[in-house]
Structure formats: structure tokens, C-alpha cells
Design a protein around this ligand. Structure first.
Ligand code: DX5
Ligand code: ZN
Length: 214
């Protein structure tokens, strides 16, 4: 069970301290948005590089950008440990996963809540992580879409049938009230932004999430 706080919800003016506060987490989730693939712009390479320099956490980079293959090497060079790309963001999703593999980084694929899960099937054996989006990507602080649990269960079954040890990650609206349900459905990796950074400090937020999973 891995916890991956999303630094999108952190205080960027204190990024180093915020990363320090989540040092007890497993991964740092890094949400890159381009204002094209999603209707919002977050941050890009320099922020990833700064986070990389400030923390030894696994940098789990979620690319919400059009045609991510144009930038995979740049994000790898800036310090990504894992790169997750959307099946909707390129006509060449398989090539994109191969490129991530060639860069020596963990290969992740994801899809929007409205995209059929079947688009994942040809990729199942080539990935280290599948991310089920439980909100429409673009913004932190949205409500968890309940049907996502069903989608997690389906992909869990597929991974088990394929004998795959890939991470099954869930991202969007995850917090103490639904973390347990997501894990019961088969998730092995939880992303949480506002639930970790949105209250009285990231350390306390992370602790609440861990308590909910006990
Ligand atoms: C949404 C991002 C998420 C987001 C999660 O587009 O991919 O990672 O930061 O934030 P919360 O946990 O607040 O929904
Ligand atoms: Zn994300």
C-alpha cells in the first residue's frame, strides 16, 4: 500500500518544507497540466527539478499534456522516477510507453473517467502502473466519482489474471472517508492532494489517511 501525496495542493512558496512534511509518504505525485489536454495549467519542468533537488521521494509524474512523447526525455532528465501518460493524449500511446521504458523510468498509463477501460488491455503487459482517474483531470479538490470503485475492481481482476505486479493507483478526491474502499476494491497506490495538504499541515493529513487505512 503506497501513499502518493499530490504536491499540486501544496504551498509552492514553501515547496521544500512541504516535501519534508511528506517524507514519511512513499511517493510524491507531480501533476503537470498544459492548458490543452486539460483546462488548467499547473507547472512544469523547473518545479519538478526543484522538487527533485529537495526530496529523495520517488517522483511520480502525471502528465496531463497533449502528445506527451514530445517531453518524456525532458521530464526524465528533470528528475522523474515514473512517468504516467493518458491514453487520450496521443495517437501513439504504445510508443509513448516504450519511450518511457527506454528512458529507464517506471511506465504508467491512465485514462479519464469517461474513457472505456478496454483501451488499457493492449498495454497491460507493458506497464508498471495503471492509474484510474476518479475525477476528471485538471483540478484538485474535486469529488470522488463513486463508479471509479467498479473500474478499480475490473482492472484489479485483469492485472491478477495477467499475473501482473503493476501498481494500481487511484487519483482524485481520495481522502480518509473513501481510502479504505479504494484499497478494498484493489488499489495499491493512493494519490491525495487536498486531503494531505489542505488542512492543518501535510504531516497531520498524511497521518489521518494512514489511520483510515488501518
Ligand atoms: C487532478 C490531479 C490530481 C489532484 C488530486 O487532475 O491529477 O492528482 O491533484 O487532488 P485531490 O486529492 O485534491 O483531488
Ligand atoms: Zn494526478
Amino acid at each position: 500500500m503506497k501513499l502518493a501525496p499530490s504536491i499540486l495542493a501544496s504551498d509552492f512558496s514553501r515547496l521544500g518544507e512541504e516535501l519534508n512534511a511528506i517524507a514519511g509518504a512513499d511517493w510524491a505525485h507531480v501533476d503537470v497540466m498544459d492548458g490543452q489536454f486539460v483546462p488548467n495549467i499547473s507547472f512544469g519542468l523547473p518545479i519538478l527539478a526543484a522538487a527533485r533537488a529537495a526530496s529523495s521521494l520517488f517522483m511520480d509524474v502525471h502528465l496531463m499534456i497533449d502528445r506527451p512523447e514530445r517531453y518524456l526525455k525532458d521530464f526524465a532528465d528533470a528528475g522523474a522516477d515514473g512517468l504516467t501518460v493518458h491514453v487520450e493524449s496521443t495517437p501513439h500511446i504504445h510508443r509513448a510507453t516504450q519511450q518511457i521504458r527506454e528512458l529507464g523510468k517506471k511506465v504508467g498509463v491512465t485514462l479519464n473517467p469517461g474513457t472505456p477501460l478496454e483501451t488499457l488491455q493492449p498495454l497491460l503487459n507493458d506497464v508498471d502502473l495503471i492509474l484510474i482517474m476518479s475525477v476528471n483531470p485538471g483540478f484538485g479538490g474535486q469529488k470522488f466519482i463513486p463508479h471509479s470503485l467498479e473500474r478499480i475492481r475490473t482492472v484489479r481482476r485483469w492485472l491478477d489474471e495477467a499475473g501482473s505486479a503493476a501498481e494500481l493507483q487511484v487519483d482524485g478526491g481520495v481522502g480518509p472517508t473513501n481510502a479504505r474502499a479504494a484499497v478494498n476494491a484493489g488499489a495499491s497506490n493512493l494519490v491525495a492532494g487536498s486531503a494531505v495538504f489542505g488542512g492543518d499541515g501535510a504531516q497531520a493529513g498524511l497521518e489521518r489517511l494512514r489511520e483510515a487505512l488501518k
